[in-house]
Write a protein that binds this ligand. Structure first.
Ligand SMILES: Cc1cc2nc3c(=O)[nH]c(=O)nc-3n(C[C@H](O)[C@H](O)[C@H](O)COP(=O)(O)O)c2cc1C
Length: 510
């Protein structure tokens, strides 16, 4: 079921790029790196995950270069209705010259939802506080706008379907900035094409969210963005971005493609070697203590020729960062490849520079081990690089106090008095079980929100001086990173993202 003539018109027949640098959270695919990829003819994808926490922290660090305030001003210029809330956000978070190095970051009030009144019927519609809506929208606008500034290359944004409460506001912010592609993984995303259609016209859009313990007759729960309440009417014409669903199997690709409402523009087909979250293996195994072991087999590889048979554009991801792999992908009918690990280790990624240099040294010396773990509160397998001093280190894991204060991976549930509650398997075990969570779901889980912000150099500092440790995710394959690292002149610790793109295109006509 290839795209129809009317689909093609909707997508402007704009040619697709061959190389995508995947969205890597939190803030690893930052706008600085993505902008270079886009200027070099690739599709640079920023990560939209947790930007509503990243941006206030950058402001509290003194907003070096003034980029956040510049982007917020641009948004206020384009959408005057947002000028006042944006001014309040800058007042609340910006600290000239940056906060004291040992001072904690001000926390962002978490995404508690309120019910939107006035709807009849079983379904219920919910929204974040006005302040959080404006912050989420502005942070995503800014990240895309900064990546697109000063050139006409293509920029995409990546969201995790599992991080659902901020998603509608993040998506609208990215569309307001003219994002070219939206990529969504970590969960089946059938509602995204419809939401993109609506938001590109400033119309109300809703994303269903799962609520544990909800009665079967209580209808669907939706988190809703109402553009008119944010930007007013007459907000101007917007471009409709292309939607790429990130899938790990032909089954999901076929289901999404078979319905015109859920059909994406194309797919990123991610294999189990990719960094970050991955789809669970077809067969889950358990150790003697009942803990899940993640082991992938040939069965877990998507059927690429079947996906090619769907007739939609697709890119291959997970160990495809090499000219040879790129040729192989093209030969299989792919438009190109999406890469992650080699970009995360490049000098322009958002990984904290000293940590990145340490990881790169370990990779170059063949000392780097990446494991499939069940550390993520989502319950999805998550790749973790084994690095001393990070959460992967047993002593660090054991000494870290469990806390949930950013709340992005919480599950929703119905409290005994019928209200909407939130719980995370990485929070203190007593708190989680008191909310009806099962104790076995807490074993081995860690707070990815705090860990990944620390990896991006934005670690929270607790009142007693404790600094949240980082957690590093990478894919299984760092061969290309290794090759580029060994080519470096003495004294240089990283290669540039530009060098990586040249390397990938070697031998392939771009
Ligand atoms: C540090 C890191 C973070 C990642 N975060 C995300 C993410 O937030 N969302 C997502 O869809 N994929 C994420 N990925 C996957 C990449 O976008 C990409 O598809 C994958 O890493 C490609 O495989 P490769 O690492 O072998 O090149 C991440 C990968 C890495 C290495």
């Amino acid at each position: 079921m290839p795209h129809t003539e009317s689909d093609k018109t909707k997508y402007n027949n704009q040619p697709d790029p061959m190389i995508i640098t995947g969205g890597m959270g939190v803030h690893i695919s930052c706008w600085q790196m993505v902008r270079i990829v886009s200027m070099m003819g690739g599709l640079g994808v920023v990560s939209g995950t947790a930007l509503e926490i990243v941006y206030p922290r950058i402001l509290q660090n003194g907003d070096p270069g003034g980029h956040v305030r510049r982007a917020f001003n641009e948004l206020a210029r384009r959408q005057p209705a947002l000028a006042e809330p944006l001014g309040r956000l800058i007042e609340k978070y910006y600290i000239e010259g940056g906060k004291a190095a040992d001072a904690p970051f001000k926390t962002v009030p978490f995404a508690k939802l309120s019910r939107i009144e006035g709807h009849t019927g079983l379904d219920s519609f919910w929204e974040s506080s006005r302040e959080l809506q404006a912050l989420t929208l502005a942070a995503n606008f800014a990240e895309v706008w900064l990546a697109k500034e000063g050139h006409d290359g293509l920029v995409g944004i990546n969201f995790l379907r599992k991080v659902e409460r901020p998603l509608p506001y993040s998506l609208y912010g990215a569309i307001l900035a003219g994002v070219d592609y939206v990529l969504v993984g970590a969960g089946s995303p059938p509602e995204l094409p419809g939401m993109i259609d609506l938001l590109s016209r400033h119309q109300t859009a809703s994303l269903p969210f799962k609520v544990h313990g909800a009665r079967s007759d209580s209808g669907e729960f939706y988190v809703t963005v109402r553009p008119e309440t944010l930007v007013g009417s007459n907000a101007g014409v917007l471009k409709r971005p292309k939607f790429l669903a990130i899938v790990a199997s032909f089954g999901l690709a076929r289901v999404l493609a078979s319905n015109p409402k859920s059909r994406p523009y194309g797919f990123v087909v991610e294999g189990p070697q990719a960094g970050g979250h991955n789809a669970p293996p077809a067969k889950m195994r358990f150790d003697d203590h009942g803990r899940q072991i993640v082991e992938y087999t040939e069965q877990d590889r998507a059927d690429i020729s079947a996906i090619a048979g769907l007739g939609l554009p697709f890119w291959l991801a997970g160990s495809y960062a090499g000219a040879e792999h790129l040729r192989e992908a093209l030969a299989k009918g792919a438009t190109g490849v999406q890469i992650g690990t080699a970009a995360a280790l490049s000098g322009q990624s958002g990984m904290e520079p000293e940590l990145r240099a340490r990881v790169a040294r370990m990779a170059a010396r063949n000392e780097l081990v990446v494991m499939d773990t069940m550390v993520s509160p989502t319950g999805f397998p998550f790749k973790v690089a084994q690095i001393p001093g990070t959460v992967s280190d047993k002593a660090v894991y054991a000494s870290r106090r469990r806390v949930c204060d950013m709340c992005l991976l919480q599950a929703n549930y119905i409290t005994p008095d019928g209200a909407l509650g939130y719980r995370c398997p990485a929070e203190p075990v007593d708190a989680f079980t008191a909310k009806g969570g099962r104790v076995q779901n807490t074993v081995g889980r860690a707070c990815l929100c705090n860990g990944l912000l620390a990896t991006a150099g934005l670690a929270q500092i607790r009142a007693d001086g404790y600094v949240e440790p980082p957690i590093v995710t990478l894919g299984d394959d760092f061969q290309t990173a290794k090759e580029l690292l060994t080519l470096l002149p003495p004294g240089q610790e990283t290669y540039s993202i530009g060098k990586l793109l040249f390397f990938l295109r070697k031998g392939v006509q771009a």
